[in-house]
Design a binder for this molecule. Structure first.
Ligand code: GLN
Length: 468
């Protein structure tokens, strides 16, 4: 059978009884068994549970016919979960040996919502331990490889999720984006990566990295799927006090004005990446949008501010893993987590708090104001996602500073809490995926979906997966 690449195709096939959901799982697990040895996308597979769910879904479909999709909008949709999402009864490691035997007693709100919508968990995906990283190489379970070229990283920290859908191991994958961990791996793997507005999706039951920056999003192969999944995950959850009731966002203007931030084209940006974003601007222009250069003057400090605030919050969040009630002892933390705990404790300690943490918080406010000002003029922004395409495995792993610089174009959206979509577009001469990101004001997701769909039509976009 041919595995469908998008939800509309899957549902059309199911209505026509081309195959059952159990058949579909056979096809996915066959691929995973053949190819995941070389890619290392999964830490845990949930095969038994998946087949149980599939049988239940096939029965629902048999009993209710096409009406089933009204109650179960994601019926039969396979999901790979980043191993930061708590899954009741299923081991959740956060990519770290500290939690190698941890079996959660409850599921994250988002996992529950997706399961109630009829989706099926395929497994838990590999990631940089505690979501610290931009390449997947900080995982205690070995690096994930990029399905387009296994000498290259798939990006991080949601490495296994991005690679899993690029490899066609599931239809959808979830991720967390604290400083780019959905958008950058999506871009390195040629997939759609969505970081919602901070607070739009519940963080309850997701292993916390930096609580004021963590956004819970997903990977798909088209915008329609992205929107369908978001309509399930954005529901209000009283377990997360920072979650907002999602307001209805303004409709897309008939001639949208898109800003091109000049600070995002800093020296050192790869020529192919830059050319390609400018090419995407032309596609938007042909589709009736207007592009205008704008300035976000304080975003040049975003990476410095991020590595102060984020490490401060990491040092606090990782304090709970004391090895007393659950998990292994603290000596199981890897080098990167230790580095962040030390940096974070330093910037929060007496004498340094004012000099570093407080100063960073003040600059964060300036960065937020930059975006607010610009969004009084333009509807959205377009920018590169990462200064380079996917880099080689091993290239940056021994140089934390150069790894941190990979986040230079993604972190400002997290500091300001705005939504962003990373969209795949073209490839390098060497066949590695390229892309761009669009960003909008807080809670402007509908507008971003509208813009990205305009782009899909006008660029004649077709979802694809890597040949393995
Ligand atoms: N690469 C960034 C970091 O290492 C982003 C991580 C993330 O978004 N989880 O902090």
């Amino acid at each position: 059978m041919i595995i469908p690449l998008v939800i509309s195709e899957l549902h059309a096939d199911l209505i026509q009884s081309k195959y059952s959901i159990v058949d579909l799982l056979n096809a996915y697990f066959e691929r995973i068994e053949s190819y995941d040895k070389k890619l290392n996308c999964f830490i845990t597979l949930t095969k038994d549970k998946a087949y149980e769910e599939a049988e239940r879904c096939d029965k629902i479909l048999k009993d209710s016919g096409p009406d089933a999709f009204k109650d179960y909008p994601l019926l039969g949709v396979t999901v790979s979960y980043k191993d930061l999402f708590l899954t009741q009864g299923v081991r959740t490691t956060a990519g770290s040996r500290v939690l190698e035997n941890y079996i959660p007693s409850y599921s994250a709100t988002v996992v529950e919502a997706l399961e109630n919508a009829g989706s099926i968990m395929i497994g838990k995906t590999n990631c940089d331990a505690w979501a610290h990283g931009a390449s997947g190489e900080n995982s205690d379970y070995g690096p994930t490889k990029n399905p387009w070229n296994t000498d290259y990283v798939p990006g991080g920290s949601s490495s296994g999720s991005a690679a899993a859908i690029a490899a066609n191991f599931s239809l959808v994958a979830t991720g967390t984006d604290t400083g780019g961990s959905i958008r950058q791996p999506a871009s390195f793997c040629g997939m759609v990566g969505f970081k919602p507005t901070y607070g739009a999706v519940s963080r309850y039951g997701i292993v916390a990295m930096a609580s004021s920056l963590d956004s819970i999003g997903h990977f798909t192969r088209c915008i329609d799927d992205c929107e369908r999944v978001f309509s399930v995950t954005k529901q209000l959850d009283y377990h997360d006090a920072t979650q907002a009731n999602f307001p209805k966002s303004a409709n897309l203007a008939s001639k949208p004005l898109i800003g091109l931030p000049k600070e995002y084209f800093i020296g050192g940006i790869d020529a192919e990446v830059k050319e390609n974003v400018l090419h995407a601007c032309e596609v938007f222009t042909k589709a009736g949008c207007k592009i205008e250069e704008i300035s976000l003057p304080h975003t040049k400090y975003a990476i410095d501010v991020y590595y102060i605030i984020q490490t401060a919050e990491v040092s606090s969040n990782l304090g709970r893993y004391d090895g007393i009630r659950f998990g292994n002892k603290r000596d199981a933390f890897g080098d990167e987590a230790k580095r962040r705990i030390m940096l974070g404790s330093y910037v929060l300690s007496a004498g340094y708090y004012d000099a570093y943490y407080l100063k960073a918080m003040k600059v964060r406010t300036k960065i937020i104001a930059d975006f607010d000002n610009v969004f009084n003029k333009v509807d959205a922004l377009i920018a590169p996602v990462s200064p380079t395409p996917a880099f080689k495995i091993g290239e940056k792993v021994d140089n934390p500073l150069s790894m941190y610089l990979a986040d230079i174009l993604t972190v400002a959206a997290n500091l300001s809490g705005i939504p962003a979509i990373s969209f795949p577009f073209n490839a390098t001469k060497n066949g590695l995926p390229l892309g761009f990101q669009i960003m909008g004001p807080r809670f402007s997701e509908d507008r971003l979906f509208g813009l990205a769909k305009t782009f899909e039509v006008s660029s004649k976009y077709k979802p694809k997966v890597a040949a393995l």
